[in-house]
Ligand binder design. Sequence first.
Ligand SMILES: Cc1cc2nc3c(=O)[nH]c(=O)nc-3n(C[C@H](O)[C@H](O)[C@H](O)COP(=O)(O)OP(=O)(O)OC[C@H]3O[C@@H](n4cnc5c(N)ncnc54)[C@H](O)[C@@H]3O)c2cc1C
Length: 385
Amino acid sequence: MLPKTADIVIIGGGCMGASTAYYLAERGAGKIVLLEREKFLGMGSTGRNAGGVRYQFSTEVNIRLSLFSLDVLAHFEELFGISAGYRPLGYLFLLTTPAEVAAFKANVELQHRVGVPWVRYLEPTEIARLAPLVNLDGVIGGTFCPRDGLADPNSVTQGFAKGARRRGAQIETETTVTGIKTESGRVSAVVTNRGEIATRTVVNCAGPWAAQIGKLVGLDIPIVPVRRQFFTTDALPQVPRDHVFTIEFATSFYFHPEGAGLLVGMSNPDEKPGDTYAIDEEFHLKTLERALYRLPLLEHARVASQLAGLYEVTPDAHPILAPARALPGLYIAAGFSGHGFQHSPATGKVMSELILDGAAKSVDISMLDLERFAEGRLIHEANVV
Ligand SMILES: Cc1cc2nc3c(=O)[nH]c(=O)nc-3n(C[C@H](O)[C@H](O)[C@H](O)COP(=O)(O)OP(=O)(O)OC[C@H]3O[C@@H](n4cnc5c(N)ncnc54)[C@H](O)[C@@H]3O)c2cc1C
C-alpha cells in the first residue's frame, strides 16, 4: 500500500533513484519511499546502456565521482551480496588530430593530479600492441586506463534497491508521479496515480524525464532526452573476451566484448532531442560502415540485436546534483549526459549528504547546481561518447 506520509520521496527507479534510496536509508533518514512508474526498476536509461565505467574524464568533478563510484563497484559484492560485474578491461581512446592529442595529454595530467595514476598516453606502436585487431590508419596517439571497463547496470540497481529495502525503504513500482504540491513556498506532497503522499522532501531522479517533473512545479530544468543506439553481434571468437573497450574519439565509434560477441555503438551528432526508442536504420548503416573500417573482422559477424535508449543531456554535459533554490524541499539528481550509470554510487552518496547535512562531503559537487545554467557558470566535459 502506498503510505500517506514519508520523510523523503524519490521519483524514478533507475540506478540513481535506487542508489539515493540506499544511501539515505543507510543513514537512517526516516521513511523513504521510491516511486517508479514502470513495472520493474531500471526500465529507463539504466536498462539501455552500454555498461562502460571509466576514470577518463576531462573535469575534476567527474574524475572524483568516478574515484568514489568505481571503488564501490569493485567492492559491490562485499557490500551488497551481489556482484556489480565490474570487469577492468581498460578503455582505449584513439586520437586522430593534434588538437585531440593536446587535449587528452592535458586530461592525463589532470587525472594523475586528481588521483588516477594508472592512465597513460600511448604512441601508435603501443596502441598496435594493445589492439592488434583494430585498423589504426590515421591514429596518431591514444590514452589507456587499465582500470576503466565494464559493469552491469541491472545488478547495480538491484543491489542498491535490495540494500535500501533491507534498511526500511519502501519501493513502489507502477506508480506514476503526476503532481507535486506546495504549501507556504515549499514542497508538501507528491501526487500519484495511486494516491497522495505528504512529504517535505522530494528527489527528482527521473533521468531523461527530469524536466517533466520540473514542469509539475513550473521549474525549468535544462535536461533533454536524446536518442543513442547500439547493436550487438553474434559470436566473434577472434576477439578476446578481455579486449580493451575501444573508442575512436572523433566519431565516438566504440566497441567492447559483450557475451560471445561485441557491443558496438556510435553517437549521432545530428540527433535532435526527442523521446523515441525507434532504431534509426540510416544511422545504423553509418555505424556499421565505421565499424567495418576500424574493425575489419566484423565482416565475419552478424548483427544479433539493436537497442536505442535516451541520454539525459544538459548544456554542459554535467549532471545537476543540487536542491532547487526556487522551491525548498525539491532536489535534483539527473542530467548525466550519457555517462551516468558509472556515477550512480557517488550520486546516491552525495545526495544523501546534501539532504541530511546540507552539503556533500564525499565529493565537492557545489558547482553542479541548477542555477549555473541561468547564471552562465557552465563547466564543459569534453570526454562525452
Ligand atoms: C545507449 C546508451 C548508452 C549508455 N552508455 C553508458 C555507459 O557506457 N556508461 C554509463 O555510465 N552510462 C551510460 N549511459 C547513460 C546511463 O544509462 C544514464 O546516465 C543512467 O542510466 C541514468 O540513470 P537514471 O536513474 O538517472 O535514469 P533512468 O534509468 O532513466 O531512470 C529514471 C526513471 O524515472 C522513471 N520516471 C520518469 N518519470 C516518472 C514519473 N512521472 N513517475 C514515476 N517514475 C518516473 C522512469 O520510468 C525511469 O525508470 C548510456 C545511456 C544510453 C541511452
